[in-house]
Design a protein around this ligand. Structure first.
Ligand code: FBP
Length: 548
């Protein structure tokens, strides 16, 4: 493998660990837990893994002989910076307990477990990937682990490789699957443990016990760097409005974090759009209003941040998507025979009157995109919907109308960007490198403590790493019932932006000033070497949320 100078230097970076994980750790159990909602139903579905206590690790000097054991690991879903360090943490964690332990990586996501595709992760492999971005060590995939025959096929290979525990590194959907698998393996008495790890750049896998998902820190730093560069270009040329869509699926955490970092003229937050029951036209009027105001000051330029899931949060579109999801789930066979050119018309003819009207009012490109295949977890593939173009076209039309009415006399020229894939495989920031490595070591400690159905957790993350609190949280604690592919299912509750939370409040208190003045901030690239104040800073979201 040919390596860049940064990769070579970075390979020797020793991630920081919480004190409790530096030597030997013992698991201290807290009080029993409950799911966030639908307790009775979830308890019934998870009789073996419901109500487990929270685990906190404390360092111990008590040395116990641990017989060698084997572990399997899976990377699941979208890439997020730091995934390799979780695997390195698991490897170092189990080798510290017994040097004869082995680690196996299942290839290309959960399908590797089902299809028995794996490699052994030896020290040579691991050392090549320390502190690197990407998931290319073993690849990732979005196969949904949900059926008994998949679990049984997985069990066969786990038994054959004498694997004691499997670690699933994934987002809310993948950790939901980890929970279901843990319950199944416990129920049939396999003795195989399943541990989850909180991954996703989207930042929407968080709750009282999981402060942040890994990858959010690095990805938002990469996006903020490039948005900052665009802002500087914008403020130099002074002739374009830049419409920038940002990844993040449903939640607007990425857009909000970037807004806090770069202070754009406009940032739309989907959760606010929903709360205020805004229509697409209301959003367009809001943006056009700011464009017009800046034009009065001779500023025919600016930056607009748009979360990729926005369209799903416009209440009328949300109602439409809910009906569309049910319709597509129940009529997949019939729909597959409809010619592409007739699909929009066909769908409109099957929907309720209100939703058919909303559907027909959407530009045909967006209407077609909403009818596209869902991902294996039933999600609309929002990264493929070009909201940034849709909005800038609608703003241009509105401004042209205002011009005719004599309400606006500026120039409007727009450029479009979509930042998402650019940030998912970046070399992890110090925060993500440390956090991920700690999660991996915590996962190995959960395994040796005999736990299953737990997500590795590291808390107190705005303190220096040695003061971080490592442990495990029962995944059933995060579950609630939601409709997926037309059926009610137990799933991890997605964390959306809270409008009464500190990050949104901070943004809301500043946005009018940022809209009219030009007060851009240029964060620059992630720094891997240098003063801690520059290299170890975490996200503004985490700082604001945790500095209560
Ligand atoms: P995860 O939820 O699996 O972490 O994926 C995050 C994400 O990057 C979303 O922000 C985006 O909408 C989606 O993946 C894109 O999916 P794909 O990689 O399949 O194109």
């Amino acid at each position: 493998m040919t390596k860049s100078a940064l990769q070579i230097e970075r390979a020797s970076y020793q991630p920081k660990l919480p004190d409790a994980l530096k030597g030997l750790a013992k698991a201290v159990e807290g009080a029993p837990t409950q799911s966030v909602a639908d307790q009775e139903e979830i308890k019934k579905m998870f009789p073996n893994t419901y109500g487990l206590p929270i685990i906190k690790f404390e360092s111990t000097t008590e040395k116990v002989e641990i017989p060698a054991f084997n572990v399997g690991v899976i990377l699941s879903g979208g890439q997020a910076p730091g995934g390799h360090n979780v695997i390195c943490g698991i490897f170092d964690g189990i080798k510290k307990l017994n040097k004869d332990c082995h680690l196996y990586g299942f290839l290309m996501g959960p399908s590797g477990l089902i299809d028995h595709k794996y490699i052994e992760l030896t020290a040579d492999v691991i050392d090549d990937y320390r502190n690197t971005g990407g998931f290319d060590m073993i690849g990732s995939g979005r196969t949904k682990l949900e059926k008994k025959d998949q679990f049984d096929s997985g069990h066969e290979i786990l038994k054959k490789l004498n694997i004691k525990a499997v670690v699933i590194i994934g987002g809310d959907d993948s950790n939901t699957n980890a929970c279901v698998l843990a319950e199944y393996y416990k129920a049939i008495g396999t003795g195989i443990q399943v541990i989850g790890c909180p991954k996703t750049i989207d930042g929407d896998l968080k709750n009282e016990m999981i402060e942040t998902s890994f990858g959010f820190d690095t990805a938002t730093k990469v996006y903020s760097e490039v948005i900052g560069n665009i802002e500087r270009d914008c403020n130099s040329a002074r002739k374009y409005w830049h419409f920038i869509k940002l990844m993040g699926r449903s939640a607007s955490h990425i857009a909000l974090e970037c807004a806090l970092q770069v202070q754009p003229n406009i940032c739309i937050i989907s959760e606010e759009v929903e709360k205020k029951n805004m229509s697409l036209n209301d959003i367009v009027t809001y943006i056009a209003g700011i464009v017009a105001k800046r034009a009065e000051q001779g500023k025919n330029y600016g930056t607009v941040l748009i979360p990729e899931g926005l369209i799903e949060f416009v209440p009328a579109v949300k109602r439409l998507i809910a009906e569309l999801n049910d319709f597509l789930a129940n009529n997949a066979e019939e729909f597959s025979h409809i010619k592409k050119s007739h699909q929009v018309e066909y769908i409109a003819s099957k929907l309720s009157k209100e939703n058919a009207e909303t559907y027909s009012s959407l530009p045909s490109g967006v209407a077609r995109q909403l009818a596209l295949d869902r991902d294996p977890h039933g999600n609309v593939q929002v990264s493929q919907i070009e909201t940034e173009k849709l909005l800038s076209d609608m703003v241009a039309t509105k401004l042209a109308q205002w011009k005719e009415e004599g309400k606006y006399n500026g120039k409007f020229s727009s450029l479009h960007h979509f930042f998402g894939y650019e940030g998912r495989c970046a070399a992890p920031s110090n925060f993500d490198a440390d956090y991920c490595y700690s999660l991996g070591v915590a996962a190995s400690a959960l395994i040796v403590s005999g736990k299953t159905g737990y997500m590795a957790s590291v808390r107190n993350t705005i303190a220096p790493a040695e003061k971080w609190i490592a442990g495990g949280v029962p995944i059933t604690m995060m579950l609630n019932m939601e409709k997926r592919n037309g059926e009610m299912k137990p799933v991890i509750k997605k964390a959306l932006v809270e409008l009464d939370g500190a990050p949104f409040k901070k943004f809301a208190s500043q946005r009018e000033k940022w809209a009219e003045e030009t007060d851009y901030v240029y964060p620059g690239p992630i720094q891997y070497f240098g003063p801690s104040a520059v290299c170890d800073q975490t996200t503004k979201t985490l700082l604001l949320e945790q500095s209560k």
